[in-house]
Design a protein around this ligand. Sequence first.
Ligand SMILES: Nc1ncnc2c1ncn2[C@@H]1O[C@H](COP(=O)(O)OP(=O)(O)OP(=O)(O)O)[C@@H](O)[C@H]1O
Length: 260
Amino acid sequence: MDNFTNQAILRLEQVNLSTRLKTQAQNNLPGYPILQDISFEVFPGDRIIIVGLAGAGKTSLLRLINRLTEPTSGKIYLGNQEYHQISIIQLRQEVTFVQQESKLLGMTVREALAYPLVLRGWSKHKIQERVSYWQEQLQIPEQWLGRTEVQLSAGQRQLVAIARTLVIQPKILLLDEPTFALDPGKASRLIIILKELTQIHKTTILMVNHQLDLAQQFCNRLLHLQKGQILANQHSSEINWEDLKTTLIQAEYQAPEEWI
Ligand SMILES: Nc1ncnc2c1ncn2[C@@H]1O[C@H](COP(=O)(O)OP(=O)(O)OP(=O)(O)O)[C@@H](O)[C@H]1O
């Protein structure tokens, strides 16, 4: 997994995504653009924050990278391999996505944390070791282990969903607002842990996050989406965080009906 190279681990080339409007009466409506002409490269260990207003296309971009959606045109590469050359199972083992609302599928927290490793055929002892490590890192208390998702708060569920992904230490981790429901202490701790993960294991992270103070602590690059297009793709040293905050706040008050 620790492949320390300067070669892009992920590459998007002129990717477009449009809605496919399908009705019984009219099957071939053109739809409207969700993402347009998206091209960028991601390198091992990158910590990319994706920002943009509601509807800018942030979640759609993560869904494309996890192949939950297919681009209307353009290509996505994992290393040198085009996405269609890779089986979905292999792709999802290397590129994992923690969505905003993750489900534990009726499992207890204990079962949910172990499940990805059970699927990989790990021994009970190794599973216990790995799960305990991440449980401790994310400060998931023993009392939660016997609970199911209905017995957890939104923030607790979010933390468990993240832990369940971290146990497999994926190559590329996609996180959609992972700190949204966490209290400030837990959010800050999570950001530190994720940053360490990128530094120690060269895990690559793409994270949607509206909390710019956390984003600033975390990222080495920022992708600013506007109306489905890349407005800026900047190294952290090039970002003026105050300007960015003002831009996002002002945009929020400008006519949203301009877009779609
Ligand atoms: N399955 C879909 N069918 C039709 N339109 C969709 C679909 N998914 C997303 N969209 C539209 O695509 C645009 C981008 O949505 P997306 O969820 O990617 O935005 P976002 O930037 O993640 O927003 P938010 O910050 O609110 O989560 C929106 O206009 C949305 O209505």
